[in-house]
Design a protein around this ligand. Structure first.
Ligand SMILES: [Zn+2]
Ligand SMILES: [Zn+2]
Length: 154
């Protein structure tokens, strides 16, 4: 998988905010939205973990991988380049990871499909994959607007 091609297509051309700030904003926005729909208590315990060595290694081996869950309890481990992606991919990946945590709590199932179905069926958010070799999750525009209202300070 060609990392330069992936960067050209999915990375911001110009970074106005530090990656970690974009990740944190996205995380809180997603969490607030999810809580507004289903007030699952365990969502409040979830935190972002930076500098997980596996997240760094996974991205090195497969540049489409920016995050994982179920490594440490209640943590979404991220590789910081996640915060360099265009917004729809950043949100798609983040929500997909929340989907994994919810799937783990209720179904003890770790499939990729279930993580996305949970977002659809419980939270009315559609996550799709880019139609190319990279297959990166993204959130559709309408849902991006919907979720934007839950940004901190709005
Ligand atoms: Zn990890
Ligand atoms: Zn996944």
């Amino acid at each position: 998988m060609n990392k330069e091609k992936l960067k050209q297509k999915f990375y911001l051309k110009e970074q106005r905010f530090p990656p970690s700030q974009r990740i944190d904003d996205c995380f809180f926005t997603c969490k607030n939205y999810l809580l507004s729909i289903q007030p699952f208590d365990f969502l409040n315990k979830i935190k972002i973990k930076y500098n997980c060595p596996y997240a760094i290694k996974d991205n090195k081996n497969s540049p489409r991988v920016f995050a994982h869950t179920l490594h440490e309890p209640d943590r979404i481990c991220v590789f910081e380049d996640l915060g360099k992606l265009y917004k729809k991919y950043l949100y798609g990946i983040m929500l997909h990871e929340f989907g994994h945590i919810i799937a783990d709590h209720y179904f003890i199932d770790h499939s990729e499909d279930l993580a996305n179905s949970i977002m659809k069926d419980f939270f009315h958010l559609t996550i799709k994959y880019s139609q190319d070799i990279f297959k990166i999750e993204f959130l559709n525009k309408r849902d991006e607007i919907k979720i934007n209202k839950f940004k901190k300070g709005k």
